[in-house]
Design a protein around this ligand. Structure first.
Ligand SMILES: *Cc1c(COP(=O)(O)O)cnc(C)c1O
Length: 500
C-alpha cells in the first residue's frame, strides 16, 4: 500500500481489473530502505578519499530511489503486465513473423554449460558451442540451398549490410565496385539503407499491377554499373516472385548479383530453396522464421548465407572443422572483416538450433504450410469486408487497406487494442495506401483467428455506423492514443524530480 500512498496519481486511477496503476520507480520507496541486509562491519571503516585521488571519486548520485527487493520485483512485474507480448495474445504483425517462442528453447538455452560459457574462452574449451554454431550453419545451408552461412550478424539489417559488403568486395576484386543497386518499390526500408551504407545509389523498380517486380522496367534499369538487385521473396505483399528465374537471369547477364531479403522465409522453408533460384546472398531472421524472441528488445540474429563465389569475403572469423575439432579461422585476408566482437548472439543461435532440431525437416515444412493456410484463412474470411489491393495468390500474409471503410487504418489498429489484439503492420508496404498487413504465423489456433476476424468485422461495422467513436480508441490500455507527431518530435525520455 506504501506504493499507492506515495503515488500522486493513485487517487485518480487505481486499477484496471488486476492490473495496477504504477508510478515511476523514482516515486517509490522511502529513505534508508534497501534490498539487502548484511552483518555489521567487523573491520575498521576507511574514508574513500584516503584510498583514491579525488578526481576518481564519483559525486554521490542524488535522487536514486531506495527500495526493498519486493518493491523492485513488484514494480517491474506490474510494468511488464502493461505490455503486450506473444505469451499473452495474438500478434499479427505482417513481415515480422511474430511466432510463439517455444519454452523448450528457453530450457535448453539455460543449460549451464551454454549459459555460463564465457565469450572469450579459447576454442579448446568451447567445442560444444562451436559445434552448435557449425551445425546451425549446416541446417541453414540445407534449408536455404546456399553454400555457406555466417551467423555473426546481430539483425536482419546487419545481415543485409554484411551481404552488400561482400557483393561490393566481389565487384571490387573484379576491377569495378559498380555504382547502383536496384530495389523494388515494395522493399523494406533497411534494404536501401544497407545499399546506401555501402556507398551505392538506390534505383527504384516499380511494381506491376500484380504487385510483382516489373520485368520490362527491370531489364531497362539493369546495366553494367549495377552491382546487385535487392529483392524480397516472397515479397512484402506476401506474394511469390513467380518470374524469379527470369529476374536473376537478367541481373546475372549484366554481371550483377542477386541479394534476397529472406525475412519472409517462413512462407517457403522446406518447400523451395533460395539457392536454386539464382540467389547469391540471402539473409535470414532467426527472430522471425526460427522462433527466437523478437520485439521488446530481445536480441536479434540475422545470419547471412552466400554462394561459393563470395566465400573469400565472408566476415571473419569463420568456423571450421578439422577432424573432430572446431576452431575459429581468422586467417582470411579477403574477408570484409569482423561484424561484432563475439560470434553472434549465441543464446539466439542456440534457441534457433533447438527449434530446427525439434521440428525436423517434416516439421519445418508443416510450419510453412500452416502459416500459409492461416493467412489464407484470414484473407478468405475478411475479403468481403476489406478491400484487397492485389488479388493474386499470397502466401503467409495478406495485405488489405482501408478503402471504402468508415474509419482509417490507424483507427483499426487502435480499436484492435481494445479487443485485446496487437495491431497488424500498418501503412507498409508503402505501395499500398492505408495498408493493413496481417501475418498470423503457424502458431495460432483457428479459435484465435476466428476471434481476430470477428473483431475486425465488428470494428468495420462500427466504423461505418459511428466513425467518430473510433477516434477515441484505444480506451482500455494505460496509454490511450498519443499525439504521434508530438511524441516523435518532442519525446520525453528522461524522468525529472518534481520541483519544490
Ligand atoms: C524485419 C525485416 C527486415 C529487417 O530485419 P531486422 O532483423 O529487423 O533488422 C528486413 N526486411 C524485411 C522484409 C523485414 O521484414
Amino acid at each position: 500500500m506504501n506504493n499507492l500512498k506515495n503515488n500522486p496519481s493513485a487517487s485518480k486511477a487505481a486499477t484496471t481489473g488486476l492490473i495496477f496503476e504504477e508510478p515511476v520507480v523514482f516515486e517509490l520507496g522511502s529513505p534508508g530502505r534497501k534490498a539487502y541486509s548484511l552483518p555489521s562491519c567487523d573491520v575498521p571503516e576507511i574514508e574513500l578519499e584516503t584510498l583514491l585521488p579525488a578526481d576518481e571519486i564519483r559525486e554521490p548520485v542524488k535522487e536514486l530511489p531506495e527500495l526493498s527487493e519486493l518493491d523492485v520485483v513488484r514494480h517491474f512485474t506490474r510494468l511488464s503486465q502493461w505490455n503486450f507480448s506473444i505469451d499473452t495474445n495474438f500478434y499479427p504483425l505482417g513481415s515480422c513473423t511474430m511466432k510463439y517462442n517455444p519454452k523448450i528453447n528457453e530450457t535448453l538455452a539455460r543449460l549451464p554449460g551454454f549459459a555460463g560459457h564465457h565469450p572469450v574462452s579459447p576454442d579448446d574449451d568451447s567445442q560444444g558451442s562451436l559445434q552448435l554454431i557449425f551445425e546451425l550453419q549446416e541446417c541453414l545451408k540445407e534449408i536455404s540451398g546456399m553454400d555457406h552461412a555466417c551467423l555473426q550478424p546481430a539483425a536482419g539489417a546487419q545481415g543485409e549490410f554484411a551481404g552488400m559488403l561482400m557483393i561490393q568486395a566481389y565487384h571490387t576484386a573484379k576491377g569495378n565496385p559498380r555504382k547502383k543497386v536496384l530495389l523494388p518499390d515494395s522493399a523494406h526500408g533497411t534494404n536501401p539503407a544497407s545499399a546506401t551504407l555501402c556507398g551505392y545509389k538506390s534505383v527504384q523498380i516499380p511494381s506491376n499491377s500484380e504487385g510483382l517486380i516489373d520485368i520490362e522496367k527491370l531489364e531497362a534499369a539493369m546495366d553494367e554499373e549495377t552491382a546487385a538487385i535487392m529483392l524480397t521473396n516472397p515479397n512484402t505483399l506476401g506474394m511469390f516472385e513467380k518470374d524469379i528465374l527470369k529476374i536473376t537471369d537478367i541481373v546475372h547477364s549484366k554481371g550483377g548479383l542477386v541479394y534476397c531479403d529472406g525475412a519472409n522465409l517462413n512462407a517457403v522453408m522446406g518447400i523451395v530453396k533460395m539457392g536454386d533460384m539464382g540467389i547469391d546472398v540471402l539473409h535470414i531472421n532467426l527472430h522471425k522464421t526460427f522462433s527466437t524472441p523478437h520485439g521488446g528488445g530481445g536480441p536479434g540474429a540475422g545470419p547471412v548465407c552466400i554462394k561459393n563465389i563470395l566465400e573469400p569475403y565472408l566476415p571473419k572469423p569463420v568456423i571450421e572443422k578439422k577432424g573432430h575439432k572446431y576452431f575459429l579461422n581468422y586467417d582470411r585476408p579477403d574477408s570484409v572483416g569482423k561484424l561484432k566482437v563475439f560470434n553472434g548472439n549465441f543464446g539466439m543461435l542456440l534457441r534457433a538450433y533447438v527449434y530446427i532440431r525439434t521440428l525436423g525437416a517434416e516439421g519445418i515444412l508443416k510450419a510453412a504450410q500452416s502459416a500459409v493456410l492461416n493467412a489464407n484463412y484470414i484473407r478468405a474470411k475478411l475479403k468481403d469486408t476489406f478491400h484487397l489491393p492485389f488479388t493474386g495468390a499470397s502466401l503467409h500474409e495478406c495485405v488489405f487497406n482501408d478503402k471504402g471503410q468508415g474509419i482509417t487504418t490507424m483507427d483499426f489498429a487502435k480499436e484492435l487494442i481494445d479487443h485485446g489484439f496487437h495491431p497488424p503492420t500498418v501503412y507498409f508496404p508503402l505501395i499500398v495506401k492505408g495498408a493493413l498487413m496481417i501475418e498470423p504465423t503457424e502458431t495460432e489456433s483457428k479459435e484465435t483467428l476466428d476471434m481476430f476476424i470477428e473483431a475486425m468485422k465488428s470494428i468495420a461495422k462500427k466504423g461505418h455506423e459511428n466513425p467518430e467513436s473510433s477516434q477515441g480508441a484505444p480506451r482500455l490500455p494505460k496509454v490511450s492514443r498519443p499525439d504521434e507527431a508530438h511524441a516523435a518530435r518532442k519525446p520525453v525520455l528522461r524522468w525529472r524530480a518534481p520541483s519544490g
